[in-house]
Design a protein around this ligand. Sequence first.
Ligand code: GLA
Length: 377
Amino acid sequence: MPDIARRVVSIFKQKFSREPLVIRAPGRINLIGEHTDYNEGYVLPAAIDRAIYYAMAPSGTERCNIYSALNPGEAWVNYLMGVMDGFERKGLPIHGVDCVFGGDIPVGGGLSSSAALCNGFGFGLNELYKCGLDPLALAKISQYAEHEFAGLLCGLMDQYASLFGERNAALLLDCRSQKHEVIPVHLTDHFLLLVDTKVKHSLASSAYNERREACEEGVKIIRQRNKGVSSLRDVSRTLLHEHRDRMSEDIFIKCLYVVDEIQRTLQGAEFLKLGQLVEFGKLMYDTHWGLSQAYEVSCVELDYLVALAEEEKITGARMMGGGFGGCTINLAQNDKAESFKEKVIRQYAANFNIQPEFYLVNLVDGVSLMDGKSETL
Ligand code: GLA
């Protein structure tokens, strides 16, 4: 059990003097398929070995006593209230909990700490009160919390990946059917290196919601003449071009990015299956520049890091997640990684006066119970 999980359990025992249920809820990366989930497209995420840990037990009353071992900041309260509300709206018989949580997912790093936060809490409630929800239902409650209590109209990717993740694999998730195919990830002489820009620009969530609206607007226009179209998943390049004159240039460009990215994701999954990492890496760069120039959700810090990776001939790199900050994901050759890191440290700091951070990630199983009792604390 990682130190932080041990600490969470130990704080729980000090405060509540009994044995808790212990839950691990991982963060996620996304290999490719960005801003496609809310368009019923495909994504290729994976759960990672950074997580939020919960120690939980029924409080015996309707009251919740919750302690955070995370860094200061109270934003988490909203998310947990959102999850509780999600259970209550379904009429599920939940009551109060005693709870301590903490973890090692960098907050604001684009690794879905909020999805992990919600999933872990929901998973715990589901276990403690025997609600019988399946992981997909839990993912949707977490998404509901994000929509209604944090105001981000996100897709389902983050919550889904954190719950369904599998060791050494990514999930090719079809966001329309909400089912996935497991794609084994064999990195051979590469590894996945995240570089954290350490910035999170404030327009992130409003711009995210605006992009979603732009896609919906595009679909609405196409639907006027093609009734069978209900999302950008149904739109080909050709079809989009046929309607180009009926929409603003901005909407056209945004929709085109999504239509292309859905195809790139399917193609990327094929390359991964075949172990064609170089081809996969090229797609990552295409995605990045699409997100930056067409979809306009990048920022100078992310663009800088991706350009540097390209210059250093790193196999693949791109911004990851919603955008406007957070991490780049790099598919880096083992023998290039150290010199790349050194360059990033020197140049990024010199340009932005910010010390970037690096995270090496391994792909792990989704949310699970941990054995808290066997640990000597
Ligand atoms: C955020 C959202 C996801 C997804 C990505 C972009 O992480 O929570 O649903 O839309 O951005 O791919």
